[in-house]
Design a protein. Sequence first.
Length: 134
Amino acid sequence: LNHNSMTKTYSWGQIAGGLLILSGVVNLIMGLTNLLATTTDEQSLAAMMRLLVQGTTLAAAVLAFLIGWFLTQRKRWAYLLGYVLVLLSLGFHLLTLSQLGSTRWYGLAFSILILVSLVLSKNEFAKQSLAKVK
């Protein structure tokens, strides 16, 4: 048996998809945990902002999971939405870092890894769009 034939290789697009799925699951767990820990008895502006932030985190987590899933299926639209989502994520991390002096470091690291994977998968999705034109 040739052992090389048994090893499965993954494209950079699939790796980016897997990272987005993982990021989505982690953020979904974090968002749900924080949402359940937030008391809804408070009617203050701070309590309402916490709920808004957690709701946004949950929505972004679901989007990351879905975009990641379709990236693993090599959908070009997911590639483009992946860029939008990861650039927004990086922007929010930089904004949080500049305003609060800290950020979720695992999220920043995931965002950078996903961006690098998307950049490296450029040719994979460029070939796909050219094949559809012909």
